[in-house]
Ligand binder design. Structure first.
Ligand code: GRF
Length: 219
């Protein structure tokens, strides 16, 4: 059996890389339409780099400390991604805001995953924010990246319950399990050209049996 050429994707990380691992696992399937062409971290100690190396994916460490400003850093990121002929970029726990220098190089082709149901709880410590606010449901969002912090058009979301005994770690873990389902599914749609964006609204030409929402199993 032959398969269509795969789309090269770059993944940007800063830490543990469990979402990266979910993408690596998905991409190991011969029918997955994306190939992870490069993993870039701004931190040399990010465990995600080891995950990439174990999967045979080229890695680069690009420390933001070596650059004068965000634009210079983003220009360097773009250069590495271009060297690897990347068509789409996934931010997966990449703890940096990106500038127009980066976004203009990959217009409407940068995805991010955030551990809350946006527009609730953008920014850092989303799970702690959800607990402190007292919501009964939280979750994860995959969105296209724009110039704001977690403000880009929503592609898909996964909902999880917030349980009475939850602490931050318990909620994090419950959300992460759904993140790992959600991100590979959305990346597949993205590289298959199934996303259409009009203003804030994303329309997905959904494969049979798939939806823009996931729910965690009942507790
Ligand atoms: C995830 O919760 C993701 O939603 C957020 O950063 C975290 C990264 O975790 N953007 P990991 O490095 O993928 O394990």
């Amino acid at each position: 059996m032959t398969f269509a050429a795969k789309t090269d994707v770059g993944v940007l990380i800063s830490g543990s890389g469990t979402n990266l691992q979910a993408l690596i696992d998905a991409a190991a399937d011969a029918t997955f339409p994306a190939r992870l062409a490069v993993v870039i971290s701004n931190r040399s100690r990010a465990y995600g780099l080891e995950r990439a190396q174990m999967a045979g994916i080229p890695t680069e460490v690009l420390s933001h400390r070596r650059f004068d400003d965000r634009e210079a850093y983003d220009a360097a990121l773009v250069e590495v991604l271009r060297e690897h002929e990347v068509q789409w970029v996934c931010l997966a726990g990449f703890m940096r805001l990106v500038t127009p220098v980066f976004l203009d190089a990959f217009p409407q082709r940068v995805l991010n995953i955030h551990p809350a149901l946006l527009p609730a709880f953008p920014g850092l410590h989303a799970q702690r924010q959800a607990l402190e606010y007292g919501v009964a449901i939280s979750g994860a969002t995959v969105h296209l990246v724009d110039r704001g912090t977690d403000t880009g058009p929503v592609v898909a979301q996964a909902a999880v319950p917030v349980l009475p005994d939850d602490d931050e770690d318990a909620l994090k873990a419950r959300i992460l399990r759904q993140e790992h389902r959600l991100y590979p599914m959305v990346l597949r749609w993205a590289v298959e050209g199934r996303l259409q964006v009009e203003g804030r609204r994303v329309t997905v030409d959904l494969p049979e049996g798939e939806q823009r929402f996931l729910f965690a199993p009942e507790p």
